[in-house]
Ligand binder design. Structure first.
Ligand code: ZN
Length: 93
């Protein structure tokens, strides 16, 4: 038995490029409202498996398709971002 998922929100897809030097892997990250917490935290690249990557949205390709980068902060560098972090969740419905 499975419920019809066609009516549920499929979330959005982030076409994400890993910024880890030497990696540069691009992958599609699907984020639904259930996984929206990923946007606020950090995640690991599925290829180089480096942890601590932060999803940074670069632009919109389509209604539910965004371009993003997985950026890694150097340890010890003070935080200066959070300029546009506020609207990351607003596109997920
Ligand atoms: Zn990587």
């Amino acid at each position: 038995m499975q419920r019809s998922e066609h009516f549920a929100s499929p979330g959005v897809v982030y076409r994400t490029t890993c910024e880890n030097p030497g990696c540069g892997h691009t992958f599609d990250l699907r984020i639904t409202a259930k996984e929206a917490g990923l946007l606020a935290g950090t995640m690991a690249c599925p290829r180089c498996r480096r942890h601590g990557g932060m999803l940074k949205r670069m632009g919109r390709l389509d209604d539910r398709l965004f371009v993003a980068k997985l950026v890694y902060k150097m340890i010890g560098v003070g935080a200066s971002s959070s300029s546009d972090d506020g609207d990351l969740l607003s596109d997920i419905r």
